[in-house]
Write a protein that binds this ligand. Structure first.
Ligand code: SF4
Length: 550
């Protein structure tokens, strides 16, 4: 994607009254801003460790419970049995359970086998043996009690992990390629710049009150697997003709209810300056981002309103030590597949073995078994991908078949069907308070039925199942995007179902899916509808025509 053609002399009007700190709006304009001004989210840590576990769930200050706890990756779960029709009419405290979801950030998706065993143990011991690999390379646990959080954090932190800023209006987990440092085709290994940025800025109090979440990606992956188009900020590996390997800077991507693809600033960033430039953009967002309405607080709105020239000029003038040189755009992706599933030869001759659970759902017991396999067949290095998959690195060619068989025993598939490979699902109504629709079980059933009824279908196909319009599983950029909604049922009553978005794509020709206004199906109709749609595509497609182009 190229920069929009805005004349150099154009001076975009600054939207007034949007709560931008840099324009003098220091008074909080909504309850979230008030909460953050009253006390920063990071400061709740001591109460989480030393007060609430002993005084109990009911003693938790509501501002902490529904606000600051997120700065440490803790969200209250949805009470079981509250259907999607009641999501919009009940107050949060009527929906929430006294259990938490706990998100563990894994920057770059990196874990050692020891770390994964710790996560698996926490899941089995404290989280009813449920664990989800998310599409942002986190692992999310459920059923966590406040009384158990000190022990959980103690185990994580003793093993070099943290939940800090895995949620909240903060710099969230930094995406990186799971094959960083081992893939022979990568443009540059982004591991050092991720590590430096995390070390310097995650937990920095001056960046812990951003207008909204701030999603980052840093990668030299030849497949563009970190989805630079839909992050608030992304550094994409490129080779500058004179300056060598470095990064192309993108800003302003994001999905949710107003999806926007990111735009290039047209700059080249050397590895030495990545942390400085990331910091500059984060500060620009903090100072100029909109704080009046949560629905317009992401960086994408500022970028869309002000344009890339303003963003670049402001970044360079107000936040960087020196201007950035112009730079080239990224080369097209090596392939349209971005999930690193399958056995792929590393630069050192060993193999990276990527495998697919069902829509990201695992158990702690399975995670522990995966950690053990990474020790047995690899060198204890495991990666999470941005498509709810896992990868074990450093497997000898001779050991790949044995590892594949051992993973299959765990229902983890190295050569999955296109349906298991391409289907993702967000948390959904099982645990998420915002959900309207069940997702994980619907996705698992969909995979099973598609495998049974379309055994010959071999075209890569992305099916992203979301429980509400917030798009945590990226319905707008899937071949078949499913947005959880209430839809008319057979007798005219409103029931759980999905609004269809078709033809979305990230890759060589990134685009958002087309929303078909009349295309709404109930959850009960989901399987038959998708089967019919894919059969029609099979019968109708021209030679070589991808689903997204059909
Ligand atoms: Fe929850 Fe909606 Fe996000 Fe799914 S998309 S996890 S239902 S907020």
């Amino acid at each position: 994607m190229t920069s929009p053609a805005r004349p150099r002399s154009a001076r975009p009007a600054r939207p007034k009254g949007q709560g931008q700190w840099a324009l003098g709006y220091s008074e909080p304009l909504n309850a979230n801003e008030r909460m953050k001004k009253d006390q920063g989210g990071l400061e709740v840590r001591d109460r989480i460790l030393n007060r609430y576990p002993y005084t109990g769930f009911d003693s938790i200050d509501p501002q902490d419970l529904r606000g600051r706890f997120r700065w440490w990756g803790l969200y209250t779960q949805r009470k079981p049995g509250i259907d999607g029709g009641r999501t919009a009419i009940l107050e949060p405290e009527e929906i929430e359970d006294s259990y938490f979801m706990q998100r563990i950030r894994l920057d770059g998706g990196r874990m050692t086998s020891d770390q994964l065993r710790v996560i698996g143990d926490i899941s089995t011991r404290y989280g009813r043996d449920v664990a989800d690999v998310t599409d942002r390379q986190n692992i999310q646990l459920h059923w966590i009690r406040i009384e158990d959080v000190p022990a959980i954090w103690g185990a994580l932190e003793a093993n070099g992990m943290t939940t800090q800023e895995s949620c909240g209006d903060t710099p969230r987990v930094m995406l990186g390629c799971p094959l960083a440092g081992v893939d022979g085709d990568e443009i540059i290994d982004a591991t050092p710049v991720i590590d430096e940025t995390v070390r310097r800025f995650v937990g920095d109090p001056s960046l812990a009150n951003l207008p909204r979440k701030f999603k980052s990606a840093m990668s030299g992956c030849a497949d563009h697997c970190t989805l630079h188009e839909i992050n608030d900020i992304a550094f994409v590996g490129v080779v500058h003709p004179e300056l060598g390997a470095g990064y192309d800077l993108w800003v302003g991507g994001g999905l949710s209810t107003n999806p926007k693809l990111g735009v290039r600033l047209g700059t080249f960033v050397t590895p030495e300056r990545v942390a400085e430039v990331w910091h500059g953009v984060a500060q620009l967002f903090r100072d100029y981002g909109y704080r009046r309405m949560r629905t317009r607080a992401r960086l994408k709105f500022l970028v869309a309103d002000m344009g890339v020239e303003w963003v670049r000029a402001t970044l360079e003038k107000e936040y960087l030590e020196a201007p950035l040189p112009d730079g080239p755009p990224p080369a097209p992706p090596r392939s349209e597949g971005r999930d690193h599933v399958g056995a792929h030869r590393q630069a050192d001759g060993n193999f990276a073995v990527g495998f697919a659970p069902r829509a990201g759902r695992l158990t702690g017991t399975t995670l522990t078994a995966v950690a053990n396999l990474a020790d047995q067949y690899g060198q204890g290095r495991i990666r999470a991908t941005t498509s709810q998959k896992l990868v074990i690195l450093d497997v000898t060619e001779a050991d790949v078949p044995a590892l594949e068989a051992a993973l299959a025993e765990l229902d983890l598939v190295v050569r999955p069907s296109v349906f298991r490979r391409g289907t993702m699902a967000c948390t959904g109504i099982e645990f998420c308070k915002l959900a309207i629709v069940e997702t994980k079980a619907n996705a698992a059933k969909l995979i099973e039925e598609l495998e049974r009824r379309l055994p010959d279908f071999d075209e890569p196909i992305g099916i992203n199942v979301n429980g509400c319009p917030n798009a945590c599983a990226r319905f707008q950029v899937a071949d078949i995007g499913l947005k959880g909604s209430l839809v008319p049922g057979p007798a005219g009553e409103m029931v759980e179902g999905f609004q269809l978005h078709l033809g979305g794509h990230l890759g060589g020709r990134s685009r958002l899916g087309r929303k078909s206004r009349g295309l709404k199906i109930t959850s009960d109709e989901l399987v038959d509808y998708v089967v019919g749609l894919l059969k029609a595509y099979q019968a109708d497609r021209a030679v070589g025509e991808a689903f997204a182009d059909w």
